[in-house]
Each structure stands twice: as structure tokens, then as C-alpha cells.
Design a protein around this ligand. Structure first.
Ligand code: GLU
Length: 466
């Protein structure tokens, strides 16, 4: 018995920034190759010279690496089926064009080379609107036998092609269908896993395989990703559509990758958060959903939050420090001890690393912002400046800010003024941090230390009088 090992490929065209749909296609190809112990190939479909750019190419490499999808063959990795950029494969295309020409299935028209479908031909008159004008023209239609596509995900789909298509354009550049199929043949691709928007191309591709006398690969067309509201396909302009956005917002790549896994696939045990090794162990193309996936921004943020909170504390500290440095909040002069205590306080509170500056900034600088919304809600209920003023003498009288001492000071002040202790929590928190949430109030006092706490409380009281 002979078994062919699986060869999948991700074949992006570097014509735009890296979209989550592309990332998900790459991921499913990578997962299937890793699941089967096969080979994952990166091929750059850059035949359309005018629309390709070096920058977009770099974004593809960076994004794949960031998401931990290593390719076994492709640019930078080498491999026996190279070169892996279509712009460098002209010799191969010339050779394969000759093969097709020798079958008599090609012809020239208006400078382009066309693929001729087999079937009865008839000329029909077609009317179409071009703006306000109604145009009538004569076109040739072919009654070709329907092509059966056995799709692993969609099941059997039949499509009939009714028009010849271009192999090589009039400007000499080979066309998409031709190079795509030639590359899949010459690279020994066993499974073509791609977006459902390509299903309409697959019948043309199968016609080409037949003409070459080659058995087509297995096709798996993965469902589209719809916008959060389900209204239409996710586009480049939608928030959350570009991988770059997650990088600049300091999302963890493991979280983004986990999220992408769930766009059209669910693990058998229904877990939402699972290590990539478990996904690799379970991932089958037959389990990919037929129904369109929906982009759920809140789920993405939730997964990211869970991953950040689960980081080993020392890893979290490193990452959070990098984010705070980039935001200009800490530098080489910042005390290591202070950094350590702040990070151990905030890790369980962060919604993501991007929110570390807001959550931790006030520990490191005196000119932190006071959240106007929190201020507004405080003054609606009470007079925060006055509460802090009432508390201040007792705080000044404390030798240290041990939790029990601070709590007692608050209780005594509350009794004296005939209110509940809780009346002091929010005003004091606001005075010290400018926020309405975050770590436990006692912890804030402990980490800030006596001097800063008293200084901030006094300043708050003064400013409240203005
Ligand atoms: N270059 C095509 C694209 O970016 C890929 C086609 C394929 O995967 O077969 O959509």
C-alpha cells in the first residue's frame, strides 16, 4: 500500500494588508498539514505586477510568523518545488503552456491565449447595462458537460462552465487559473484548502487538470467570515479585520490564533480555549462547518483576556513592561520593585495588554488623568473632596499602611461622620488613581506607600476646593 503524504499550501496575493480571512485560510492549511504530519507550503501569487508590493509581502511573512505558522517550503524556507513566487516561475509556465498547446485545447484571440472548453457552441445575443446605456453584444456560449466537485466541506457540487477562459493575457502575463493549477500540480499539492469565494473557480481548475491529464487534488472550501451583525462579508475596512490591528493593540498571538481556529471549526469537546497542540491533534477538514462563520469582536477580546491572565507572571511582567515603556510611562530609572508589585497586582485585572497603561499608569507618575465620567458619578452621590478631607487626618496618623490599620481608620472616620465606611472607598480610590476600578484599594495604598498616598490625598482635597 502506498500512502502519499499530505501537502497543503497557502497562496496569498500580496495586494493588500493581511486580512483575518487570509489568516484563517493559512491556519487551516497549516493545521491540516501538522495534523497529518504533512507539508505546509507558502506560495506567493504575485503575477499581477501592478497590484503587488514588497510591503504587503513583508506583512504576510510577519503575520504568519507572529501567529506561529511556520512554513516547510516557500520563500526563506527553500524546498524542492521552488521557486515559490509566481513571478519567478515563468519557465515552468512556458513549459506547461506548451503541454496544453500540444493537446489542441488552446487558441489565440486578441493577443491572449485562451483555453477551449469542450462542448457544443452557440452564439447568443446578450444585453447588459453599462451605466445608463443598454449594450447589446454577441457572445459565444459553450454547452460543456457539468463538472462535479467533491468538496470535503461542501459535499458534491456541480457547476457547468459555459465560456472559454484566458490562460495568458494579451500583455504576456499568465492568468490566475492557469498558474494556480500549474503550481498546484508542480508542487504536488494534495489538498487545496481555500475560501469559499474560490468555489466558482474550481470547475475551471478541474477542466484544466483534465486537460493536463492529472488527477485533481482534494478540495476543501472553507466558509466565509461574516461581520459581527451577520450582514455581509467581513471586509478590509471593518474593525478587527486586519491582523496588523491586533499586533498594534498588543493582543497575544496565541489568543488571536485560538480565535481564528474557532471561525468555522469547533473542537469535539466544545472547549473554546485550547492549546494549539490539542487543535492540531483534533483538526479534521470534515469537521469544518458548512455554515458561514461570524466575527465576534467580544469573543476575541475575551479570549485575549483569558490568555493574558493565564500568562506565567514573569512573562506577563516582561510584556507589560514593554507596553508601558512604549507608552513612555516607565523607563530604566523606574524601580524594579515597584514594577514587580504593580504587575502582580494588575495581571488578574487586565482585559488585555493594551489596557496596561490605563490600569497601571498612575503607579508611576503624578500627572495621571482623572476620569471625568467617574468624577461625574461621584459628585452626583456625594462630595468626594470632603470625604477624603475627613479621612486625611487619620491616614496621616498611621505609621504604616497595613490593611488592618487603614480599614480601622476608615471605620472610625465613618462612625464619626455618621456614614457607612463604603462612602470613603470610591473617593479615596479616585484621589489616588483617577479611576473607578482596578486593584483592591488596600493594595493600591500598600504599593503607592505612605508618602505618595498622603501627597495625592492632600492634592485632591486642595483641588476639590477650587
Ligand atoms: N491567490 C489566491 C487568493 O489570494 C489564492 C487562490 C487559492 O488558494 O487557490 O485568493
Amino acid at each position: 500500500m502506498s500512502t502519499t503524504s499530505v501537502r497543503t499550501r497557502f497562496a496569498p496575493s500580496p495586494t493588500g494588508f493581511f486580512h483575518i480571512g487570509s489568516a484563517r485560510t493559512a491556519l487551516f492549511n497549516w493545521l491540516y498539514a501538522r495534523h497529518t504530519g504533512g507539508t505546509f507550503i507558502l506560495r506567493i501569487e504575485d503575477t499581477d505586477k501592478e497590484r503587488n508590493s514588497e510591503e504587503y509581502l513583508r506583512v504576510i511573512y510577519d503575520s504568519l510568523k507572529w501567529l506561529g505558522m511556520d512554513w516547510d517550503e516557500g520563500p526563506g524556507a527553500g524546498g524542492a518545488s521552488g521557486p515559490y513566487k509566481q513571478s519567478e516561475r515563468s519557465d515552468i509556465y512556458r513549459e506547461y503552456l506548451k503541454k496544453l498547446q500540444s493537446t489542441g485545447r488552446t487558441y489565440e484571440k486578441e493577443g491572449a491565449i485562451w483555453f477551449r472548453l469542450e462542448g457544443e457552441r452557440q452564439n447568443i445575443r446578450e444585453k447588459y447595462k453599462d451605466g445608463d446605456r443598454l449594450i447589446e453584444r454577441e457572445i459565444e456560449r459553450v454547452k460543456a458537460a457539468p463538472v462535479l466537485i467533491h468538496d470535503v466541506i461542501r459535499g458534491d457540487v456541480t457547476r457547468a462552465e459555459d465560456r472559454d477562459f484566458v490562460l495568458v493575457r494579451a500583455n504576456g502575463e499568465p492568468g490566475f487559473h492557469f498558474v494556480n493549477v500549474v503550481d498546484d500540480i508542480t508542487m504536488g499539492i494534495t489538498h487545496v484548502i481555500r475560501g469559499e469565494d474560490h468555489l466558482s473557480n474550481t470547475s475551471k481548475h478541474i477542466e484544466l487538470y483534465k486537460a493536463f491529464g492529472v488527477t485533481p487534488p482534494i478540495f476543501a472550501h472553507i466558509p466565509l467570515i461574516l461581520k459581527g451583525d451577520g450582514k455581509g462579508k467581513m471586509s478590509k475596512r471593518d474593525r478587527g479585520a486586519l491582523i496588523e490591528e491586533y499586533q498594534t493593540r498588543h493582543f497575544l498571538p496565541e489568543a488571536v490564533r485560538n480565535f481564528l481556529c474557532l471561525l468555522g471549526w469547533t473542537p469535539a469537546d466544545g472547549r473554546e480555549i485550547l492549546p494549539i497542540a490539542d487543535v492540531i491533534a483534533q483538526f479534521e477538514l470534515t469537521a469544518v462547518h458548512q455554515a458561514n462563520a461570524r466575527f465576534d469582536e467580544r469573543k476575541m477580546s475575551f479570549l485575549n483576556q483569558q490568555y493574558v491572565r493565564a500568562l506565567p507572571p514573569e512573562v506577563f511582567a516582561l510584556k507589560a513592561e514593554a507596553v508601558l515603556r512604549a507608552a513612555g510611562i516607565v523607563d530604566d530609572k523606574t524601580s524594579r520593585a515597584l514594577l514587580q508589585s504593580v504587575f502582580s497586582l494588575i495581571q488578574e485585572k487586565v482585559s488585555g495588554l493594551e489596557n496596561a497603561p490605563a490600569l497601571a499608569g498612575y503607579f508611576f507618575k503624578e500627572d495621571f488623568d482623572f476620569d471625568p465620567k467617574v468624577h461625574e458619578s461621584l459628585v452626583k452621590k456625594d462630595i468626594p473632596g470632603q470625604r477624603v478631607a475627613e479621612l486625611l487626618p487619620r491616614l496621616e496618623g498611621l505609621e504604616s499602611f497595613e490593611d488592618a490599620l487603614v480599614d480601622a481608620a476608615i471605620v472610625e472616620t465613618a462612625t464619626e461622620h455618621g456614614v457607612k465606611p463604603v462612602a470613603y472607598y470610591a473617593p479615596l480610590r479616585f484621589a489616588l488613581s483617577g479611576t473607578g476600578g482596578g486593584p483592591h484599594l488596600n493594595a493600591i495604598l500598600r504599593v503607592l506607600g505612605r508618602e505618595k498616598v498622603l501627597e495625592r490625598a492632600r492634592r485632591f482635597v486642595e483641588n476639590s476646593k477650587k
